[in-house]
Write a protein that binds this ligand. Structure first.
Ligand code: ATP
Ligand code: MG
Length: 590
């Protein structure tokens, strides 16, 4: 059965036949759909901006910014070219070199997007930092990234960066956005706008090669210290193709990616992919607020919406009737990434929006979407879908220690039987694959075995080729001979009306090895206590069976998440066992 939104009638999916698209696909032909630079060069900013600025889309809106307090601001492709030309010219004037890092620490304001694309145009490397980071994580990432320049705002500079300056001798230029007089009063910084104006107009895009470093992205730090993943200019081939296939994006769309460019989603799909496809992107500076979000979907006439499970869960909690108060008739496609999407949310989304939420899977290292539920395919709630055209995915066997199992000839032992769980592995070679962890060669090398990239995530594949997320390798619970993914348990607990949040870990146990323990935050109106605890234990046992259901439940005020919304189970575990908390730089509210 094809799930079709009645509103999308007359708009056929970009990829009507998955099998056919897979068979016909080649990265070489995907690359040929880009313009490229003379002599075989490739530059993300050229494909995202200049190409359209010189063509029929020149006056189309590229980015529409919704400010927290400011009026809406639009940049057409032609205007975005002018602005990014100036930014690139400014970097040249400052003497920032090719391949050198330009970091940005700012909310979702126009200058952040201009800085990203202007940096790429200049041939330097863009490194976004999440604006809610405190001084420590900022320092750590600026040092690791060896930043030469930083773009930030007056307020963020004063609050977080000023105190770090003497520990950042390599950071030569701090470029501020804000009031001219306020900037002039800080001696050690420069006025971004004034320098851009002085840099003047049009310039050539740097003649970058496809394999030249373009982006440095830090991972979310869910499982440990964040890693700096290196991406190159040819990643744009994958950004564009995957957005076409998995997000159904096309020119004329109004696209809203709610992720912050501080995380890879907010750059790959919040900046690059929609521009490379000539789409209009809506950028909202504010954080999630239910009425504001529905208002944006309605008033901006958003056609494709890319968001995260936490956001969808919040909207779900407010109820489908809230969604119905708005005219969401333009919405053709909803996708979600970052965490497992609970089956209940997929079902709810169909009820509230008339379109199911389509889960897709990828990570900072893969640079783009790898596995997805496509518009033309039946959605199986709870599954993350099937590999994209051009992506070969398999399930690999792991040994007791979680290491890949290699045959004597060096090949990886793959699991062919349906529904058996193992590690998700990908055949290297797609254009947005990371090319290293900055300064950590050995760690990078360990991500590959037997000719495959090891994702560190555990999955199973059903008989029809759909992949199901089981858990992160590190989070898996081994209890009395069973391997249990915490997500499955959390997902069931969340279906109980009294549960607002749930985080599940394995607690060491002399008999079972580990037992499943759940940390539960209660929904408003619920009452903590023995009766509820017993009810939840029974509820979970009924749904999951006694081998998988939690043996212990502890009530907590909230479940620790990192700033990209992921549950930090390693932190729950460390707190439970009284162990050191490790790197908490990305902890929400931390
Ligand atoms: P770190 O690598 O620093 O521990 P992280 O893995 O959370 O942090 P990201 O690259 O932002 O950093 O996140 C990618 C991970 O998020 C994936 O490896 C996977 O564990 C999880 N993830 C992403 N999408 C999905 C999805 N659709 N379903 C389940 N898990 C997902
Ligand atoms: Mg990771």
């Amino acid at each position: 059965m094809t799930v079709e939104n009645p509103r999308a009638q007359g708009v056929p999916p970009n990829m009507p036949d998955y099998e056919l698209a897979r068979r016909r696909f080649s990265w070489a032909s995907a690359r040929a759909r880009l313009e490229g630079l003379p002599g075989g060069g490739l530059n993300i900013a050229h494909e995202a901006v200049d190409r359209h600025a010189r063509g029929p889309l020149s006056d189309a809106v590229a980015l529409r910014f919704l400010g927290k307090r400011r009026p809406q601001l639009e940049l057409t492709y032609a205007e975005l070219k002018r602005e990014t030309d100036r930014f690139a010219g400014m970097l040249e004037g400052l003497g920032v070199g090719r391949g050198e890092r330009v970091s940005a620490l700012a909310g979702r304001i126009p200058e952040l997007y201009i800085a990203a694309l202007g940096t790429l145009k200049h041939g330097s490397v863009f490194c976004p930092l999440f604006s809610a980071f405190g001084p420590d994580p900022i320092l750590q990432r600026l040092v690791l990234g060896d930043a030469r320049a930083l773009v930030t705002t007056v307020a963020l500079y004063r609050r977080k960066v000023a105190e770090l300056r003497d520990r950042l001798p390599r950071l030569e230029h701090v470029l501020l956005v804000g009031d001219r007089d306020e900037i002039a009063a800080i001696p050690e910084v420069k006025d971004l706008r004034a320098l851009m104006d002085a840099a003047g107009a049009a310039r050539e895009v740097a003649s970058t090669a496809p394999g030249d470093m373009a982006l440095l992205h830090f991972t979310s730090g869910t499982t440990g210290r964040p890693k700096g993943a290196v991406h190159v200019h040819e990643a744009v081939v994958a950004h564009r193709e995957t957005a076409r296939a998995a997000l159904d994006l096309r020119p004329g769309d109004v696209f809203w990616c709610t992720a912050d460019p501080g995380w890879v989603t907010g750059t790959s799909y919040g900046i690059i992919a929609p521009l490379a496809l000539g789409v209009t992107s809506v950028v909202d500076e504010a954080e999630l607020e239910i009425d504001r979000w529905y208002g944006i979907l309605q008033d901006q006439r958003v056609t494709v919406w890319y968001t995260a499970p936490t956001a969808l869960r919040m909207l779900m909690r407010a109820g489908a009737q809230v969604a119905r108060e708005y005219d969401l008739g333009s919405l053709r496609f909803i996708a979600s990434v970052g965490e497992p999407l609970n089956p209940a949310v997929v079902v709810w989304s169909r009820e509230a929006f008339g379109v199911p939420a389509h889960d897709n899977w990828w990570q900072t290292e893969t640079g783009g979407i790898m596995v997805a539920n496509f518009r033309s395919m039946e959605v199986r709630p709870g599954s993350m879908g099937r590999p994209l055209p051009g992506i070969e995915a398999a399930v690999a066997r792991r040994d007791e220690d979680g290491l890949p199992v290699l045959a004597p000839d060096g090949t990886l032992a793959l699991i062919e039987t349906p529904d058996e769980q193992g590690e998700l592995v990908l055949a290297p070679g797609w254009p947005s694959m990371f090319r290293g962890y900055l300064g950590e060669e050995e760690r990078y090398r360990r991500c590959f075995a037997g000719g495959w990239y090891l994702t560190g995530d555990l999955v199973r594949r059903d008989a029809d080729g759909y992949f199901w997320f089981v858990g992160r390798g590190d989070d898996l619970i081994k209890s009395a001979g069973h391997l249990i993914g915490p997500f499955e348990v959390e997902s069931v607990l969340l279906e109980h009306p009294a549960v607002a949040e749930a985080g599940v870990i394995g607690r060491p146990d002399p008999v079972a090895g580990e037992i499943v323990k759940a940390f539960v935050a209660i929904a408003p109106g619920g009452e903590e206590g023995e009766p509820l605890r017993r009810e939840l234990l029974a509820f979970a046992r009924r749904r999951l069976g006694s081998a998988v259901a939690p043996r212990e439940i502890e009530f907590v005020a909230s479940v620790p998440r990192n700033r990209s919304g992921k549950i930090m189970r390693r932190l729950i575990r460390a707190r439970e066992l009284g162990l050191p908390e490790g790197d908490v730089s990305t902890l929400e509210g931390g």
